[in-house]
Design a protein around this ligand. Sequence first.
Ligand SMILES: NC(=O)c1ccc[n+]([C@@H]2O[C@H](COP(=O)([O-])OP(=O)(O)OC[C@H]3O[C@@H](n4cnc5c(N)ncnc54)[C@H](O)[C@@H]3O)[C@@H](O)[C@H]2O)c1
Length: 326
Amino acid sequence: MKVLLTGGSGFLGSQLCEELLGAGHEVVVLDDHSRGRPARLERFGDRVQLVDGDVRDLDAVRAATEGCEVVWHLAYINGTRYFYEKPDMVLEVGVKGTLNTIEAALDCGVRRYVLASTSETYNNPTHVPTTESERLMIPDVTNPRFSYGGGKIACELLTLHYGGFRGLETVLFRPHNFIGPDMGFEHVIPEITGRIFEMSNGLELKEIDLPIQGDGSETRSFCDITDGARGAFLSGEHGENGNIYHVGTEEEVSIRTLVETIGDVMGVKINVVPGELRAGGTPRRCPSVEKLRGLGYEPKYSFRQAVERCVGWYVDYHMAKRKADA
Ligand SMILES: NC(=O)c1ccc[n+]([C@@H]2O[C@H](COP(=O)([O-])OP(=O)(O)OC[C@H]3O[C@@H](n4cnc5c(N)ncnc54)[C@H](O)[C@@H]3O)[C@@H](O)[C@H]2O)c1
């Protein structure tokens, strides 16, 4: 079966590619590489057809969709910085990209449409571990931060009530903090790893004071990208029409524990210095993945193992850079 994967040269997309190829599918990747890198797909050789294009361009999307049975729509603009600096583009890529991929899917006779949404659609969930039936929320429409989560809410509505209503099978999955090697730099773990590396003078100092946002009591759960891609694949491939699936782990950890664990992996003792929390933050976030378990999902990496894999890659990166700069 031939499938279209938008955002396929991104962090999740490139790993999901491995799952799709493993299931015997032919994969067409559509990406403008604004945040992704074609090099991530080199290991697949000509088993992946790479199309350079923008999801805002309906003709390009239609051409890439031709002959595909399933569309996996992942292309989106991530990174907290962009939510504040380019909320217009976050919404344009989000909403136009989703509308275009749905239009093309309908025009080309696609059977199933799979959307990557996000845990951010809950903002501040009323129950933890959170189930998929939790209400979605935009707490302050004037805050540009919600261009990301609000945009995804619009994409979910379009998927279910535009694409779905007009005849597509639809599945949504909501990832919860995937981490791993080469995940980019605008995320909490790469950012903290980089700061610890700098402040410890390339891991020479064995103890440092590290200022953080908030008091460190906020919680998240962190899921290795290998498990994340497996879960995304299971939901899109085997999920029930019109359904929503969480992808993540149920190991809830505080930001303080995260920071101390990163330090521990790097061999540096961290004294956390609490700071101000930016408006729009979420005190607790951890999913129930019970529904996805019903499709055969079981994460393989513990929190500690996932952090080791991720931080190890970034330490090697900073070491190599320091050597090259010397
Ligand atoms: N990684 C996570 O933990 C996580 C969490 C929640 C949601 N998600 C969602 O999963 C999807 C994949 O996330 P990711 O972590 O791989 O992010 P990513 O930034 O690595 O990947 C997104 C990809 O979309 C591409 N893209 C951006 N704008 C485009 C455009 N106009 N046209 C074509 N391609 C474009 C980028 O080049 C990139 O390759 C996104 O929809 C994201 O919102 C991911």
